[in-house]
Ligand binder design. Structure first.
Ligand SMILES: Nc1ncnc2c1ncn2[C@@H]1O[C@H](COP(=O)(O)OP(=O)(O)O)[C@@H](O)[C@H]1O
Ligand SMILES: [Mg+2]
Length: 213
């Protein structure tokens, strides 16, 4: 689905040849500063490569309409910004800003339940812990029903049990909806458990691509 050929970005990334498959779970691992976040931003067309070619579904990524692309490829950044003030606001604003229809409160409540966030819709997001904020950010993203979801270390602010629960939930969601998941993770055990493909990226270069299923 994504095909990178001789892609360079500043002195951060130098990727000779990389394919990322559709409807699979791809995990990206590697040392901090290796370019993992930058790679996700390239895939989302948030930044463009300086040279080389990045194709999405057979076409140069920069040829797509950026708005349409953002609808299809949704990225959850490592430190997502909360909208003030309530949990409900976060859902409605996300839908508004992305040009979607609002949903019923029931819909939002079910999503919170799915992510084990036992809070009222009227709760002020200021009161949420780091891990809870991350789960709310994930809920916002799932509300958009992404076909392709890019997650940047989704579990860095979560304790281990919550981390496992959340990743499992996201993986199930993606599989049920025939979606594609590309996630950066610091956890080798998560990569081993869920990754159909594990890409190791170090110093801006692909060190290894392990296809497991
Ligand atoms: N906008 C930017 N301009 C210049 N350097 C950057 C920018 N973003 C990240 N970097 C640098 O690029 C390298 C890779 O960063 P990043 O993609 O965030 O790595 P990772 O996610 O693997 O930790 C780091 O050395 C970082 O300091
Ligand atoms: Mg990063």
């Amino acid at each position: 689905m994504f095909k990178l050929t001789a892609v360079k970005y500043k002195d951060i990334l130098d990727i000779k040849d990389l394919k990322i498959e559709e409807k699979k779970i791809t995990c990206i691992v590697g040392k901090s500063g290796g370019g993992k976040t930058t790679l996700l931003k390239l895939l989302n067309n948030m930044v463009s490569c300086d040279s080389g070619l990045l194709k999405f579904k057979g076409q140069k990524i920069s040829d797509y309409n950026p708005i349409q692309l953002r609808r299809e490829i949704i990225m959850l950044p490592q430190n997502p910004i909360m909208f003030s003030t309530t949990i409900k606001d976060n859902f409605t604003k996300t839908l508004k800003y992305t040009g979607n229809e609002l949903r019923s409160e029931n819909n939002y409540v079910n999503l919170l339940k799915k992510l084990d966030l036992e809070h009222n819709l009227a709760t002020d997001t200021i009161k949420l812990s780091g891990g809870e904020k991350q789960r709310l950010a994930l809920a916002r993203v799932l509300l958009l029903k992404p076909k392709i979801l890019l997650l940047d270390e989704p579990s860095s602010a979560l304790d281990e049990d919550t981390e496992k629960f959340i990743i499992k939930m996201v993986v199930n969601y993606i599989k049920e909806n025939n979606g594609t998941l590309i996630m950066v993770t610091h956890s080798r055990s998560i990569a081993d458990e869920y990754g159909d493909t594990i890409i190791t990226l170090n110093n801006g270069q692909i060190e290894n691509v392990e296809k497991r299923r």
